[in-house]
Structures are given as C-alpha cells and as structure tokens.
Ligand binder design. Structure first.
Ligand code: FEO
Ligand code: CA
Ligand code: CA
Ligand code: CA
Length: 607
C-alpha cells in the first residue's frame, strides 16, 4: 500500500505527449534512469562491455540482448534490495557486429548470439537519494542462455523430442525467444518461448508431407535460416535433427533463488508461440495459467492445475510447486459475440447493441494426471501430439482465430483477465477470417484489449473489449465508453501489467500512429473506465516491454532501440542510452515520482 506517502506511483499524472524523441520521456514531476544495459556485467568478475571487442565468453557473463519480460521480487522488507529477472528475446546481428556478413557469420558471432539469448537474474539495490536501482554482482546472479541445461517435462517427452544428443527426449539445451511471462506465488518466474521457428533451418530437402505441414503450421521453413546457426550446430538443422525444434515453444519456469537449479519446460501447457504465461490462484488453491499464442489468427489458452500450492518458500516447497504446471488440463478458447454487426465503411464492424461483448467456452485439449499419464481430448491426436502440435489440436476443436494474442494477465484485485491483441493486418483479407465481435476490424492495424470475466477453473467466460485502439478521432476506435477527446492515442497493445492497487498498465509494440511506443495507464472501473493516459515513451525504434509497476516505481525494458529500416552500425537510428555517436543498447529503465527514494519501506514493495 502507499501508506499515505504521496511519493508513490499514482494515476493522476499529466500524460506525456506522443513524440518521436530519441529518449525515454516521463510525466512532469517524474524522473527516470537506466538500470542495466545490454553488455553490462551480471556475473561477478564479468568484464565491462566493449562493443568493438565482444566475445561469447564475455557475453555469457553480461546482460543479454533485447530485454523483454521484467519480474522483480523483494529480497527484504525495507525496499533496499530486489531480485530482478529479465528475458532476452532475440538478437539482431547486423546491429551487434560491425561488418556482419549474413551469408557467412563467424563462429564467434554465432556463439555471442547464443549467449545473448535467454534470461538474466540480477540483484538490484535501491539508491538512497532517489528512485534509481543499481545492479549488484550478487550471489543469486545468473545468466541462462541458449546453452543452459533445461528439463523438458510432460506429454511431449518421447518419440517426438528425442535427438541424437539426447535419447531421453527431456534433456534440452537452452531456451530461445523468451518474450513475456510472469511470476508465481511460490517465487518462480514463467517465461514464454515465442518465435522459436526462426532459429531452425536446413540446406537439405525435406519431402515428408506430414512434417512439412507441421512446419508450416508453426512458421518453420525447411530452408536456410536467417542466422545460419544450422551451419555451426547440427541441432539447428531440420534435416539432421528433425526433433530438436519440438523441444522449443514451451512455457519455461525458473527458480531464481537457486542459481544452480535446472529450469523446466512444461509441455502440459502446450507448444506454440507462447507470448508468456501468468497465473491466477482460486480460493481452493487451484492454479490457472493463461497464455496467448502470438500469431495472426491464433488462439488463447489456459491451463488449470489439479495440484494445489504447497505453502512456504523453502527450496523444497518451490521444487514441489514447480510440478503444479505439469498436472492438469489444457484448454483453448472460443469467443462468440452477442449482437449482429454493422459494417462501417469497409474497415470493420460495430456491434448493433453498442457493446463489443459476448461469451466464450474453454475446450479441453488434454489432461495430465498425477502419475504423469496423459489423456487427449482431441479426436485423432495422441497426448504426445497435442503437447507438441498444440496449434493443430486447437484447429481441430475449432478454437477462435484472434488478432495476435500477446500478453494475457489476470488482475490481482478483481480476477478479471486482460488480453492484448496487438494487430492483424490480414483480418478480412484474401479469404482470411473476417471480422467478428471480438476481432472487429478488417486490416486491423491498431489492435484491441479484451477484458474477460472467467470462471477460472471452469469452462465458460464472458468478455468485452475495453479498448479498440487507434486514433481517438477515428470512428472505429473505442475507449471503454470514455470521452475520446480526453484520451492519449494508443496503437498495438502488447504487454499488460497491474499496479499494486490493481491499476492496469498497457505497453505497445509497433505503434502505427507515427510516434514512439510507450506505456499507458488505462482505467478499468467506472466512472473513468476506458480513460487512457500515456505515462512513458521509449526511444526511436524501440518497443516498450516488461512493464512492472510497484507502489514506488515503474520499470520498463526498452527493447530494440534503433531498430528501423535502413539503420546501420555506420548510421544508427538511435544513440540511446549512451548518447553521442554510440550504438543503441537495449536496456532496463526505472521511473519514479520526484521525492521518492529507496529504503522508504512499503513504497517499493510489490506482490
Ligand atoms: Fe515477442 Fe509477441 O512479442
Ligand atoms: Ca454486443
Ligand atoms: Ca511481446
Ligand atoms: Ca512484441
């Protein structure tokens, strides 16, 4: 709670002006600072970053590239020390290596990229004189990379996941494309393996029709990959190791309190382009995990556990609780509208009853019992197939095709679930699925935010659209019924997060309105429901990731600054955060209200 201290994060700030500045901007009366940048030391003894002289050995001890998920646990009750965990989603080699030759990368460059993926665990110390946070090279610090040992669990393990290097099918090397995620009440981190397809390729010809159809459904191309990793390790070669790709695309769980622990991949939650995973716990201790599949026309899923939480925060309690997401039922969502639609000048539809709303049903795909035995609920598919080719299971049962399900997160105060649907420029085009009440626009450039009232452990839900994003002056945008002349324009919602009082915050990726991405506060309750206020903007070419809102601070991960068509190392589109003629560096940022400082007790607390 804010405890009456006026120096915490509040929602009465004056919105930031949409802008194209090469800077992080925050409201009047707030400040921000960089916490940690790509290449900064994470492990004790790590060398300082040198853009011109990077090596894989250095990168494996330094903060990875393209920080995305942000999770922070308090390490004490005085707001002095936190354990911070970030995902490192992907690498952009042409902006990391001077003279990079896409047709002929060096082994060192490839191994740097492997080390720049994964996650970082970093202790952070509160600064005494303001709200800043400084990295500490503490004993929990850890880098997890594309080479770290993982345990794959659940129905996927078997004939579809065995490789020459791993006859068990469960001993997996590394994690890739970790996008969003969440934390669990038992102190672990969930991280979604999203666009894993891009790392696999082959120069050989694959002709098996079933294999090619499975590849097609997951966007995997049986041709040389963009990074050519298959030239450096056979496991990335789809012809030589056809099952390696089946070992990616899961929700991974990490115990950040034990740097020697083996992270887990939970195949009972299905394999798709997991944006992330977040949990809600019902009154009887059932854990419900929500996860979106970020692809145009793909699906929303949830996993309902049958195992209950073991209390306590000991290492053994955490190890027991890390089995919760292995036992239960995986569902996929269908959405239906409740009112006929009216076409508006070719751009989409408006509901005839004035509200974008309706009901939905969760369709079961598979159930895993306590003994590990799994049952498929999909005709013609074994549990192993459902766990590995989950998208095809969703296709078979008739799940609803959504406009890119990104982050999905339950409110800690109301239990309502909020989902960002980023955009879908193919909706209603070339024979693709037409607009419906939940995905109401053709050629949807700006996305929408869905509010779901879920019977969490049950199989039905109600839904409505909180936001249909875009220019507030456009006829096809909707801001929860709030006066559209008084909102900040918002486009391409990607991540959702909640402040300690249940306030909803939405960050964007790929803003199609012509200004930089940012983080917005969005009111969910009357009388201001739908009010949308821009709190923070990120530099040129960057995406606003991670958002994490505590009582006293806002953290964002500034991903891919300078990522713009035509940008090169010789002519970067951004010089953030180091300024001058420097290369851009993905970095973590903290913002606070002026007057707030570390060590002020309850203000920093979260969860
Ligand atoms: Fe990695 Fe769907 O954003
Ligand atoms: Ca309606
Ligand atoms: Ca994302
Ligand atoms: Ca994104």
């Amino acid at each position: 709670s804010l405890g009456g201290n006026a120096d915490g994060i509040t929602t009465d700030f004056t919105p930031v002006r949409p802008n194209t500045a090469d800077a992080v901007t925050v409201p009047e009366g707030y400040s921000s600072d960089v916490v940690i940048r790509w290449g900064d030391p994470v492990i004790q003894g790590a060398p300082e970053f040198d853009f011109e002289n990077q090596t894989a050995a250095k990168q494996a001890q330094q903060y990875g590239f393209n920080c995305d998920l942000a999770v922070m646990f308090p390490m004490d009750d005085r707001d002095e020390r936190f354990l911070y965990i970030a995902n490192h989603e992907y690498t952009t080699e042409p902006s990391m290596f001077r003279g990079y030759d896409e047709a002929n990368p060096t082994r060192e460059q490839v191994e740097i990229a492997w080390a720049a993926h994964g996650l970082s665990v970093v202790e952070l110390a509160s600064r005494a004189n303001d709200g800043g946070l400084d990295p500490v090279l503490g004993s929990y610090n850890r880098r997890i990379t594309a080479l770290t040992k993982f345990e794959l669990r659940g129905p996927a393990v078997g004939a579809l996941t065995r490789t020459n290097a791993d006859p068990t099918g469960s001993d997996v090397k590394g994690t890739l494309n970790n996008c969003a995620g969440g934390h669990t009440p038992w102190g672990t981190v969930l991280s979604g393996e999203e666009n894993f397809n891009q790392y696999f390729g082959t120069a050989d010809t694959i002709t098996d029709a079933d294999t090619l159809e499975q590849f097609r459904r997951y966007g995997i191309s049986a041709e040389p990959s963009g990074r050519l990793w298959e030239n450096f390790d056979d496991r990335f070669d789809l012809a030589k190791e056809p099952n390696e790709v089946n070992r990616f695309g899961y929700v991974v769980e990490i115990d950040p309190w034990n740097p020697n622990s083996t992270p887990v991949k939970h195949s009972a939650m299905g394999r798709f382009k997991h944006e992330g995973a977040t949990v809600h716990v019902t009154a009887d201790g059932t854990v419900v995990a929500y996860s979106g599949d970020d692809e145009r026309f793909d699906y929303l899923y949830k996993f309902v556990s049958s195992r209950k939480i073991v209390p306590g925060n000991s290492a053994s309690a955490r190890a027991e609780n890390m089995k919760i997401l292995d036992e239960g039922t995986l569902y996929v969502a269908t959405f239906s509208g409740n009112s006929p639609a009216t076409e508006i000048d070719g751009s989409g539809t408006l509901p005839s009853d004035g509200a974008f709303d309706g009901g939905g049903t969760w369709l079961p795909l598979m159930t895993v019992a306590a003994d590990g035995k799994a049952v498929s609920h999909v005709d013609g598919m074994t549990p192993e197939q459902v766990a590995v080719h989950t998208r095809m299971a969703g296709d078979k049962v008739g799940a609803t095709k959504m406009d890119r399900p990104e982050d999905v997160e339950p409110s800690p105060t109301t239990g309502k679930v909020y989902m960002a649907l980023t955009n879908n420029t193919q909706r209603g085009t070339n024979g693709k699925a037409a607009a419906d009440e939940a995905n109401p626009r053709h050629n949807n450039k700006h996305g929408q935010v869905v509010e779901i009232s879920d019977d969490h452990s049950g199989t039905t839900f109600g839904w409505n659209l909180l936001l249909v994003c875009g220019n507030p002056e456009a006829a096809d945008s909707y801001f929860g019924g709030f006066d559209k002349s008084k909102v900040s324009p918002i486009s391409c919602p990607d991540n959702v997060a909640f402040g300690p009082n249940g306030s909803l915050w939405v960050s964007t990726d790929g803003n199609a309105l012509g200004f930089n991405d940012g983080l917005y506060y969005v009111a969910t309750e009357a009388p201001n429901r739908g009010e949308t206020k821009l709190f923070l903007t990120v530099p040129i070419g960057a995406e606003t990731c991670g958002p994490l809102v505590t009582a006293g601070r806002v953290l964002v991960n500034v991903q891919h600054p300078g990522e713009k068509d035509g940008a090169t190392i010789e002519n970067p589109a951004s010089h953030w955060p180091d300024g001058g003629s420097s290369q851009p560096r993905p970095s973590t940022v903290v913002a606070w209200k002026n007057g707030f400082s570390g060590g002020s007790g309850s203000l920093g607390g979260l969860l």
